[in-house]
Write a protein that binds this ligand. Structure first.
Ligand SMILES: N[C@@H](CCC(=O)N[C@@H](CS)C(=O)NCC(=O)O)C(=O)O
Length: 329
């Protein structure tokens, strides 16, 4: 499959879906103004509509319209779990989201991108877009991370891309920032480096991603159980542990930190629920990743910045820098 795309445009959602699907694909940038692909082809001959995305399928035919492409990618990679099963209400709910994002939210940005739009027209568009995001925020108000059926779907990828446009059109979406898709490395990967994205390069294999997810699970569970044996498998022996809370700054090595863990009454035994959230996983290259997470335990709300390094086939946390505030009720 080959995706025709323009950096930062709505085609990024299809790119994310292809990354999520986890199978090889090609991409080619398009200059929609000049009507040429990166390789010099006449883009109108490929997609007479002139816009991105367009997806060349294995049989050579071209599929257009973002929501259709997203669903095609999801349905042709069912193992990736990118959409509820066709025929279910959850699937229709996802289509409801895709349709609304495409026809209402996406298109409301039009005047903000269009050359020659007057300032008055743009100001009106900002109000219009902000009003539509109010509706999105209302849907996420109960703390849900995903738009549909409590799991990531291609609708989240589309929302993520459109929400990202707020960053460069002067619309403040601070409230919406934690929307689930932002923490998925697959969503970040195409954004992170335009050049890498253009080449379709992703330094992380699905195995790396799986391992980092498992490592984070062991990290949270090890802390919840105050299980130093489990945590020793998570941390590198040369761990640098830094508490950055003002007035309580602390620098420990692994042994001292583990002794402290052993001396704790496990939060699990105290009946505390496990409460955590991975806010972002940024894969820097094929050996380094950074995890931004929050967690609540022992009466405190913690914010962790973890640096992960891959040694051979195994990932380990090598630095843990965190701060805390008393738990908010
Ligand atoms: N109905 C189309 C709209 C696609 C669309 O608006 N694409 C924009 C980029 S976000 C585009 O290629 N515009 C042409 C241009 O930027 O020159 C779809 O949903 O795929």
């Amino acid at each position: 499959m080959k995706l025709y795309y323009k950096p930062g445009a709505c085609s990024l959602a299809s790119h994310i879906a292809l990354q999520e699907a986890g199978r090889p694909f090609d991409i080619e940038a398009v200059d929609t103004t000049a009507g040429r692909t990166e390789g010099g082809a006449d883009y109108r001959a490929i997609n007479p509509k002139g816009y991105v995305p367009a997806l060349r399928l294995e049989d050579g035919s071209i599929l257009t319209e973002g929501p259709a492409i997203l669903q095609y990618i999801a349905d042709s990679h069912p193992e990736a779990g990118l959409a509820p099963v066709p025929g279910t209400l959850a699937r229709t709910r996802m289509q409801e989201q895709l349709n609304w994002i495409g026809t209402e939210l996406h298109k409301a940005f039009g005047p903000l991108f269009r050359e020659g739009s007057t300032e008055a027209y743009k100001a009106k568009a900002r109000i219009d877009v902000a009003g539509k995001f109010d509706l999105v925020e209302a849907q996420l108000e109960d703390g849900r991370a995903w738009l549909v059926a409590d799991q990531f779907s291609v609708a989240d990828a589309y929302l993520f891309v459109v929400a990202n446009w707020a960053n460069f059109t002067g619309i403040d979406l601070a409230e919406l920032a934690p929307a689930g898709c932002l923490c998925r490395p697959q969503c970040r990967a195409p954004l992170r480096s335009g050049r890498d994205a253009r080449r379709g390069a992703d330094p992380m294999t699905p195995t790396d991603r799986k391992q980092v997810r498992a490592l984070m699970e062991a990290y949270f569970e090890g802390l919840h159980q105050a299980d130093s044996a489990m945590l020793r498998d998570v941390f590198h022996p040369q761990l640098a542990y830094v508490c950055a809370t003002e007035g309580d700054e602390l620098y420990l090595d692994l042994e001292t930190y583990m002794t402290r863990v052993d001396g704790r009454e496990p939060p699990a035994r105290r009946g505390e629920p496990r409460e955590e959230e991975v806010l972002e996983v940024a894969f820097v290259n094929d050996r380094m990743a950074q995890v931004n997470a929050r967690m609540t335990m022992m009466g405190r709300d913690f914010h962790d910045l973890l640096t992960l390094v891959r040694y051979g086939a195994e990932w380990r946390i090598v630095t843990k820098v965190f701060s805390y505030v008393p738990k908010k009720d």
